[in-house]
Design a protein around this ligand. Structure first.
Ligand code: AMP
Ligand code: ZN
Ligand code: FE
Ligand code: FE
Length: 273
């Protein structure tokens, strides 16, 4: 079994890199990619705990812009590590997040909530996102659930929304490719534009793959995405998008009960085309 899309508590997951590796071994996962949002910190920690039971792949999930929509792009570095130049570029993305987070605190305070940047930062470890804000709003009793925090305040169309300045997807693809990485469009079903209409441009920009297997996809959607990959000459990636306790019921490589059926040779196909 393989899983090429997982998060640790170095971004918005709840498991430490060590816990994630233990879970992977317990689930019989042969190869796992850590794809934290805009950071390699989880991968770096996991690498130092190397074991022979599970192959660890260096990955990342970048927030990028396609038109006006935020679109997630996965990057995979199959030869072991992302180069320093790419890591520096990613550090710039975290700086941009910090700026958005400051503005988001200001906005939520305008809406009457007693919340500080320090409180948000205390819930994360270097990469803070809206899920950390949701946690603070819930702990302080402003909302009953994390979902309500998004619905009432943090969602793109909610009253507290503050935009994150993200790079255009073309720039992110280019940076991944220049770093000898593989760029894969994450969970394409979340994209509002029709996938058929955007893929030719993305292919021209250097996109390598699409994530056909993902916990949010129905089997019919996965089949349609596999067809599209074939038509456009793209590779295929897949993973559960494991986040630990914040996505209860989601299992590594399996997803929510219905097995994602990620092919066991997925990684080999990525490596050898
Ligand atoms: P950020 O990158 O900081 O803007 O936060 C984005 C993350 O927030 C996503 O990866 C999701 O985990 C979560 N998220 C975004 N929108 C929603 C929503 N409407 N409901 C629940 N979670 C959301
Ligand atoms: Zn996440
Ligand atoms: Fe994502
Ligand atoms: Fe993800």
């Amino acid at each position: 079994m393989v899983d090429l899309h997982t998060h640790t508590n170095e971004s918005d997951g709840t498991c430490s890199p060590a816990e994630l590796l233990h879970e992977a071994i317990a689930c019989g996962i042969r190869a796992i990619a850590i794809t934290d949002h805009d950071t390699f910190a989880g991968y770096d920690l996991a690498r130092s705990l190397a074991n022979n039971e599970t192959e660890l792949i260096c990955g990342i999930e970048l927030s990028t812009k396609l038109g006006t929509q935020t679109v997630h792009l996965l990057g995979y570095f199959l030869r072991g590590d992302a180069p320093a130049k790419f890591r520096d570029w990613v550090a710039g993305l975290r700086a941009s997040r910090k700026d958005r987070n400051r503005r988001l605190v200001t906005r939520l305070r305008e809406l009457g909530m007693d919340i500080t940047l320090e409180e948000v930062e205390a819930r994360g470890r270097g990469m803070m996102g809206r899920p950390h804000f949701a946690q603070v709003l819930k702990e302080k009793g402003y909302v009953a659930t994390l979902q309500q925090a998004f619905d009432d305040y943090l969602d793109e169309f909610a009253k507290g929304y503050v935009e994150l300045d993200t790079p255009p997807i073309a720039e992110a693809i280019k940076e991944i490719r220049n770093a000898n990485g593989i760029a894969s469009l994450a969970h394409p079903v979340r994209i509002r534009a029709h996938i058929d209409t955007i893929l030719p441009d993305l292919c021209a920009q250097g996109l390598n793959a699409i994530e056909a297997y993902h916990s949010d996809h129905t089997s019919a959607e996965t089949i349609a995405l596999l067809d599209l990959a074939k038509i456009h000459g793209l590779l295929v990636t897949g993973g559960s998008d494991y986040h630990g306790a914040v996505k209860p019921g989601l299992k590594l490589s399996i997803g929510y009960g219905r097995d994602l059926s990620i092919p066991s040779d997925l990684l080999e196909r990525l490596t050898y085309g």
